[in-house]
Design a protein around this ligand. Sequence first.
Ligand SMILES: O=P(O)(O)OC[C@H]1O[C@H](OP(=O)(O)OP(=O)(O)O)[C@H](O)[C@@H]1O
Ligand SMILES: O=c1cc[nH]c(=O)[nH]1
Ligand SMILES: [Mg+2]
Length: 217
Amino acid sequence: MPIINPDFPQLHVLHHPLIQHKLSMMRDKATPTILFRQLLKEISLLMGYEITRRLPMTTMRIETPLTTMDAPVIAGKKVAVVPILRAGLGMADGLLELIPSARVGHVGLYRDHETKRPIEYFVKLPEPEGRTFILVDPMLATGHSAAAAADVLNKYGVADENILMMVLVAAPEGVGVFTRAHPKIQIYSASLDSHLNENAYIIPGLGDAGDRIFGTK
Ligand SMILES: O=P(O)(O)OC[C@H]1O[C@H](OP(=O)(O)OP(=O)(O)O)[C@H](O)[C@@H]1O
Ligand SMILES: O=c1cc[nH]c(=O)[nH]1
Ligand SMILES: [Mg+2]
């Protein structure tokens, strides 16, 4: 079950042994791109199991071989997975395996090296009406990219109550920034790390997630 930190009641850290073991392998700088990508997908699947716990349910009348029953099913096909490009793409794969009917939106942001603030370069989203949006990005560092992506969803007509944020590693600074901007969005993370360094990288972290997923520098 997720662990709630009293400083950040919106943050749910998923301490499942499989998630923690795989995350430790990802942090190791000797882990090559192919394995890093595979582990990220596997963790996203495991995290997705926990996150989807809150999806609204309904029932559907079905015939079993013996009788008729109102069987529990997820209400509609109203989920959108929204990776924050680029690194979020690595997390979307696992979630889509779990929810193959989900729509997929994209928010393209990169962090300016000087200012450390996000620059938006692409937005394409599915219809917001009645949909739960799961924003995904492995890194919540200063929190400004995640907050900007949630702002994009708000402008598009998605209320914070219908947004979940799934990250792999979060820094306390980023959780603070994000929750002040969007207090009603629940954040799910595999880890709450120690702090940010002078370049706004997460310590201990895992380096630049996008570069490690895509083998760039
Ligand atoms: O919390 P923040 O301080 O805003 O930093 C986190 C952002 O930085 C990384 O993206 P990056 O800018 O490296 O783009 P990329 O995914 O294309 O590599 C990461 O994937 C987040 O989107
Ligand atoms: O540690 C960090 C911080 C921002 N973006 C990353 O990819 N890693
Ligand atoms: Mg990057």
